[in-house]
Design a protein around this ligand. Structure first.
Ligand code: URA
Length: 265
């Protein structure tokens, strides 16, 4: 179980999340390698299915060094991929955008694979009652760049309103309404059903309650809000409560959006 050759801390590679690759508990290693959750990994260990350097390890306190130890589950080698990871979640209603519980209310952290990717962090936030596309990344630089006000990354929402949106109100939103923390930038606005109460709106800012406050500013009220797109990405057929990892092409398109070269895929 001891490392075959000790490696000094300063010689260890960065883990891509602001730290270094260091020895860790075996169940944490298995979770980070994507084998199973920590709890399920403990079960794998206690049932004798996990070996380290050829020896079965059932002891839950056991540590491994990802740089030198060979970990196998059912005889198959397991490794941690430490490349940055970005995922999209279809956030359901009633879930708070935070990685740290402050009350009994459900939080997005329990819907994403944070055991596997400990540095995963939401890129921006959606209100608890807002549904739709929420991105998470272990790449802090990408997240910061996408959220930077100067980038103007477009986000499209489908808003259900209390009252039909009149032409005047729609035009005011297109020109840029006044909010209490400064004017909102012009939005793209399109009525999406016959009732006039379902409206698709694209904004390039991400201020607190941005869309809800914009509709309030024209005398209306958002009954429900759903985010369909973030920059070049759409939610597609992802079901509420489910997440998926972005493809390399999607990450590249996000990076373009973050550097001002936005294209819709
Ligand atoms: N605008 C809002 O008002 N709420 C959200 O959750 C997102 C954008």
């Amino acid at each position: 179980m001891a490392p075959k050759q000790p490696i000094a801390y300063e010689d260890r590679p960065d883990d891509g999340r602001g730290g270094k690759v260091v020895p860790m508990r075996l169940q944490k290693f298995l979770a980070r390698a994507g084998v199973a959750s920590r709890r399920a990994s403990e079960n794998l260990m206690t049932s004798g299915r996990v070996s380290v350097n050829g020896e079965v390890v059932t002891e839950l306190g056991a540590k491994v060094d990802p740089l030198v130890d060979v970990v196998e589950v059912d005889g198959r080698a397991v490794v941690i991929e430490d490349a940055p990871v970005t995922i999209m979640l279809h956030k359901p209603a009633g879930v708070i955008t935070t990685m740290k519980a402050q009350s009994d209310r459900p939080i997005v952290a329990s819907l994403v694979p944070r055991d596997r990717y400990p540095g995963l962090y939401p890129i921006g936030r959606l209100d608890a009652d807002t549904t739709g596309l929420l991105l998470f990344s272990t790449d802090g630089q990408l997240g910061n760049a996408l959220l930077h006000p100067s980038r103007h990354v477009p986000k499209t929402y489908l808003a259900r309103l209390k009252a039909p949106l009149g032409k005047e109100a729609a035009d005011a939103l297109r020109e840029g309404v006044e909010l209490d923390d400064g004017p909102a930038q012009p939005a793209e606005v399109e009525v999406a059903d016959k009732s006039g109460k379902l409206v698709r709106i694209t904004v390039r800012e991400g201020r607190y309650h941005q869309v809800k406050r914009m509709f309030e500013a024209v005398g209306n009220h958002v009954v429900s809000l759903h985010r369909e797109t973030f920059g070049p990405l759409s939610l597609g057929k992802l079901k509420p409560g489910r997440w998926r990892e972005l493809t390399a092409g999607e990450v590249a398109s996000l990076q373009n959006a973050a550097t001002g070269k936005a294209t819709r895929t």
